[in-house]
Design a protein around this ligand. Sequence first.
Ligand code: DQA
Length: 147
Amino acid sequence: MKALVINGPNLNMLGQREPDIYGRRTYDDLVEICHEAGARVGFDEVVVFQSNHEGDIVDAIQNAWGTFDGIVINPAAYTHTSVAILDALKAVGLPAIEVHISAVEQREEFRQVSYARMACLATITGEGLDGYAHALDVLAKHLKDAK
Ligand code: DQA
């Protein structure tokens, strides 16, 4: 089983970026959490990707088809704007889990819309970076059940 973890804009700034909201842990910590949790829940490989560019995220989703069994995605700000990311997730049809570090449902009105969510099996919010471990666990269980 192989999982692709996709991170959208500004998540490379974790640790420095609004620590009151996103915490002090860094993007490197996020990558380590994904690798550790992935191995623990049964993935042979977890690749972690980050881009600040919408088209590069669309490319990563398209390229996942045929290579990965599932996707964990935090589209960051593109969550609330990107029909292109939604369409890419629908196009590849891979099982996908949406994750947000913060509790988006308790934040501004403009964060209440998620396009990506419409193509995701589950959404995890407000668990900090541990939400990625949770998302990988949910994805692994889904893939095992689907076998
Ligand atoms: C985020 C929430 C988004 O609203 C925001 O634009 C982000 C991060 C989160 O992980 O909590 O960049 O996706």
